[in-house]
Design a protein around this ligand. Structure first.
Ligand SMILES: [Cu+2]
Length: 409
């Protein structure tokens, strides 16, 4: 998904990422209405993230299930003063390398009849989705450029969701009215482990917090996620960069970690190759490992394959430990021998299985669950590569291969 706008410098996240700290409610509001530039490429690229299962649904043909806008028939009991609350979807570092896959905040108490407006604030795509207690989790569809979601009502009878959205111009918002008291789980259809809850109370009940509290809480959660305050994600990177697996040089293709609040789970995703430049000699092997618990990445050299989620031009058999293996140039048994076009396909750890093994929450193993990809370089040169899903966010790297030293006569 390389485009002209991708020519920003690749940065080492750990060194250069800037993370905003706490922001005031005014800043939040200002930001909320700040004009944004629609980056279509980011939307498209980020959309391609998920497993091949979901790729089937990536289309600009708007197959919007009827359930999407169902229930737009408010049966609200008369409310004296229905209130509108505000929250944000996602957060990112200035270089976009760190993405908070989170609803900010992810737990809100409101009165029946109130509504909540979510603002999509990042280049990574997300959905705001409410599914009835007995409902199945649908697949997501990608919103076309300029798409403006219409307000909806959720009463726990039919699913309400946006299409997959990223920030753009005008500010992309989605408003949901909640006419019935209840506790409703909120999910993002694009990302596992991105959940929240809306507590809808009877108007006779007092509410524990005001909007100012939620603005401050959202800012705190944003800062904590993006700054990786406990340092565990960055520490993991340091370890993996120093690893030496099967005598291969190891590069982390993304890292991250899941954290939780009382309202649900959130994920920090570092969309970078660590380290992004590596020096080897002809005959050496480089191994990429995805260390993010939920976010798939690709390691792609040369031209993007048609099926971006599938491995491309590899050795016919994986290594004995299951790792995918390619050669540059591709060996004689590869589908397209002697070319430099190879791709890992989407590599990510397998999701956990739910009881019963149902498909309803996409909690099935990604099959096969590749997390390692190796490339053996048999020619000298400079070999740039990228993640098809996240190169728009700056996820790119380079392998520089030196000739073998000539032995002294
Ligand atoms: Cu990626």
């Amino acid at each position: 998904m390389q485009r002209a706008l991708l020519n920003r410098a690749t940065m080492r996240v750990a060194e250069t990422t800037e993370v905003s700290g706490r922001v005031t409610a005014d800043e939040v509001n200002l930001d909320r209405f700040h004009n944004r530039i629609l980056k279509v490429c980011a939307l498209v690229a980020a959309t391609l993230i998920p497993s091949s299962l979901r790729w089937m649904f990536l289309t600009f043909v708007l197959i919007v299930p009827q359930v999407l806008w169902g229930g737009a028939n408010p049966t609200a009991t008369p409310q004296p003063t229905p209130q509108t609350w505000f929250a944000t979807v996602g957060a990112q570092s200035n270089d976009k390398g760190r993405q908070a896959l989170a609803f900010l905040p992810n737990e809100i108490w409101i009165h029946a009849g109130d509504r909540i407006t979510w603002t999509f604030d990042v280049d990574e795509i997300h959905t705001v989705t409410f599914i009835p207690d007995s409902g199945l989790r649908p697949a997501f569809s990608v919103a076309p450029p300029g798409f403006v979601p219409q307000p909806a009502t959720f009463d726990n009878s039919t699913t309400v969701t946006t299409l997959a959205l990223a920030k753009g111009v005008p500010p992309v918002t989605f408003t949901v009215t909640f006419p019935k008291a209840g506790n409703y789980k909120q999910v993002c259809l694009v990302h596992q482990n991105m959940t929240g809850v809306v507590h809808v109370l009877d108007p006779s009940q007092p509410l524990p917090h005001d909007q100012d509290f939620y603005d401050r809480q959202a800012a705190d959660q944003r800062r904590d996620l993006l700054s990786d305050r406990d340092g565990r994600s960055v520490a993991a990177c340091g370890q993996c960069a120093a690893q030496d697996s099967l005598k291969a040089r190891v590069v982390a293709a993304g890292t991250g970690e899941i954290s939780a609040t009382a309202g649900g789970t959130q994920t920090l995703a570092v969309m970078r190759f660590l380290s992004d430049q590596i020096y080897i000699r002809v005959g050496d092997t480089v191994e990429w490992t995805n260390q993010n618990p939920v976010e798939p990445h690709t390691v792609t050299f040369g031209t993007e394959p048609m099926d971006i989620t599938a491995p491309f031009n590899l050795r016919p058999n994986p290594d004995p430990d299951g790792a995918l293996h390619a050669d540059i140039p591709a060996g004689p048994t590869a589908p397209f021998p002697n070319t430099n076009n190879v791709s890992s396909g989407a590599i990510v750890a397998a999701a956990q299985d739910p009881p019963g093994g149902g498909l309803s929450d996409f909690q099935t193993p990604i099959n096969p669950p590749f997390t390692r990809f190796r490339v053996t370089f048999n020619m000298p040169g400079t070999f740039p590569y990228f993640c098809i899903f996240h190169d728009d966010l700056g996820m790119k790297g380079t392998v520089i291969v030196f000739p073998k030293p000539t032995p002294h006569p």
